[in-house]
Design a protein around this ligand. Structure first.
Ligand code: NZQ
Ligand code: ZN
Length: 387
C-alpha cells in the first residue's frame, strides 16, 4: 500500500424524508443563500417545494438561480457569480444532479475572487477559498456531493474542463433516495456507467501489485451498482435499489477507492469529456462508449488486470488471461446495451469523421490532468474501436 492522506469534510445525511433538513444545514453557514437548481425536475417531483419550505422555516433567505443545464456551461456560471456578488450572498444551496452541484462549486469559487472563474479551469489560478455549499442530491452518478471535483463547459470553444480543490467539498449533502424515484430509465443507465467508470479508472491504472482492500472495494461496488440498476429498471420505486444506488455512487467517487493505490490516471474521463463537450451527450453515455474500447486496447498490454475484472465481476471461468479479458469486456458491453446506454459512436450519434478533432480535445485535457502517455495516434486507434 502507498502512503496517502484522506480528508473528506462533507457531512452526509442519508435517508428517506431528509430533504426537510436542508434549511437547518444551510442555516449553519449563513442567512442569505443562492438557491441553484436545474430545469424542471425538482418542480415536477416536489423536491423544490420541500426544499423551499425547509429554507423558509429555518429563516434562510434565498435568491433563485434556476436553469443549470446538464453539462453545465460557463455563461450560466458567470451569471451566478454576479448574482452572489451583487446580493452579497453567503452560501450556495444546490438541489439537483451532478451538473447543479458542479456549477455550485464553480460559483462558490468564482464569488470570492476578482478574476474570471474560467481561470481556475485553465489552471491560471487555483482555488484557495470558496463560499460554503449545501446540497440536496437528486441524481446519484457523479459523486460531486462528496468530493471537491467539478466540470464546466465553455460555451464558445466547447472545451469541457474540470479540476478538484479541497475548499469545494460541500459542507453537507442530503441524500434522500425518494428524490430519485423520478430519474428516468435512460439516466439510470448513464449513471450506472458513470459510477462504475469512477471505480474502474484507478482499478485498471494503478500499479500496486497487491491492493486487496481497494480492488475488492471496487469489485464489490461495481457488482452492487449493477444489481441496484437492474432492480431500479425493473421497478422505478424499488426503495432498496434506489437507496443502494445512491450511496454506492457516492462511495464510488469520494476518493476512498483510490486511497493507498498510489499513482493512477483517468484516461476514460479524459477521452469522454470531448464527447459530452462537443456533442452535448450525457456524460455516462459517453463513458459507456469509451470504456469497453479503452479496455480492449489496454488489455493487449496488461491482460491479467482485465482478466481479474472478468473473473471477479462477471464470474468468467477461463484460465487464459487474454481470453478471459476479452469475454469480460464483451460481457460489460452487452450489459451496457441491455440497460440502454450506448456503446458505439453510431448509437451516441457521434460522427466518426470527427475522431481527429475529438482526440485533439482529449490531448488538451490530458495535458491539464498530467496524462501524457497517449499520442494522437493511440487515441485515434481507441476511438476507432468505438465506431
Ligand atoms: O435539469 P433538470 O430538470 O433537473 O433535469 C436533470 C437533467 O436533465 C435530470 N434529473 C436530475 N435529477 C432528477 C432528474 N430527472 C428526474 N428526476 C430526478 N430526481 O437529469 C438530467 C441530468 O442531470 P445532470 O445533473 O446533468 O446529471 P449528472 O448527475 O450525471 O451530472 C453530469 C455532469 O457531472 C459531471 C459530468 O461531466 C456532467 O457535466 N461530472 C462531475 C464529476 C464530479 N464533480 O466529480 C465527476 C464526473 O465524472 C462527471 O464528469
Ligand atoms: Zn464521471
Amino acid at each position: 500500500m502507498y502512503p496517502f492522506e484522506y480528508h473528506n469534510p462533507t457531512k452526509i445525511i442519508f435517508g428517506e424524508g431528509t430533504v426537510g433538513r436542508v434549511g437547518g444545514e444551510a442555516r449553519n453557514w449563513g442567512r442569505k443563500a443562492l438557491f441553484l437548481y436545474g430545469r424542471n425536475s425538482i418542480k415536477a417531483n416536489g423536491v423544490y417545494d420541500q426544499a423551499v419550505a425547509s429554507l423558509r422555516q429555518s429563516g434562510v433567505n434565498y435568491v433563485e438561480h434556476p436553469g443549470v443545464k446538464s453539462n453545465p456551461v460557463l455563461s450560466h456560471t458567470r451569471q451566478g457569480v454576479e448574482i452572489v456578488k451583487k446580493e452579497r450572498l453567503e452560501l450556495i444551496v444546490a438541489v439537483g444532479g451532478g451538473s447543479v452541484i458542479d456549477e455550485a462549486k464553480a460559483i462558490a469559487a468564482g464569488a470570492v475572487v476578482e478574476h474570471d472563474v474560467w481561470d481556475f479551469f485553465t489552471q491560471k489560478a487555483t482555488v484557495k477559498d470558496a463560499l460554503p455549499i449545501v446540497t440536496v442530491l437528486t441524481l446519484p452518478a457523479t459523486g460531486s456531493e462528496m468530493n471537491g471535483g467539478l466540470v464546466i463547459t465553455h460555451d464558445e470553444t466547447r472545451e469541457k474542463f474540470g479540476f478538484a480543490a479541497g475548499p469545494l467539498h460541500p459542507r453537507a449533502s442530503i441524500l434522500d433516495p425518494t428524490t430519485t424515484y423520478t430519474v428516468p430509465p435512460d439516466y439510470v443507465a448513464y449513471s450506472a456507467a458513470d459510477s462504475m467508470t469512477h471505480l474502474l479508472e484507478s482499478y485498471f491504472t494503478h500499479n500496486d501489485p497487491w491492493a486487496p482492500i481497494q480492488d475488492r472495494y471496487v469489485e464489490g461496488l461495481v457488482r452492487t451498482i449493477m444489481e441496484a440498476t437492474e432492480k431500479i429498471l425493473a421497478d422505478p420505486r424499488d426503495s432498496q435499489g434506489r437507496a443502494t444506488m445512491m450511496w454506492a455512487a457516492t462511495l464510488a467517487w469520494n476518493r476512498l477507492a483510490n486511497a493507498g493505490v498510489g499513482p493512477f490516471e483517468l484516461p476514460n474521463h479524459m477521452m469522454e469529456h470531448p464527447l459530452s463537450g462537443l456533442y452535448d451527450l450525457a456524460h455516462g453515455a459517453g463513458l459507456s462508449i469509451v470504456l469497453p474500447a479503452w479496455m480492449q486496447w489496454s488489455a493487449r498490454q496488461r491482460p491479467a488486470r482485465f482478466a481479474r475484472f472478468a473473473r471477479q465481476v462477471f464470474d468468467i471461468r477461463c484460465d487464459d488471461d487474454a481470453e478471459a479479458a476479452r469475454r469480460g469486456i464483451e460481457a460489460l458491453r452487452a450489459w451496457f446495451n441491455k440497460i440502454g446506454t450506448p456503446t458505439t459512436f453510431a448509437q451516441g450519434r457521434i460522427p466518426a469523421e470527427d475522431i481527429p478533432k475529438i482526440a485533439d480535445e482529449a490531448i488538451k485535457l490530458g495535458k491539464l490532468w498530467g496524462i501524457t502517455r497517449y499520442t494522437p495516434e493511440m487515441l485515434h486507434e481507441i476511438y476507432r474501436l468505438c465506431v
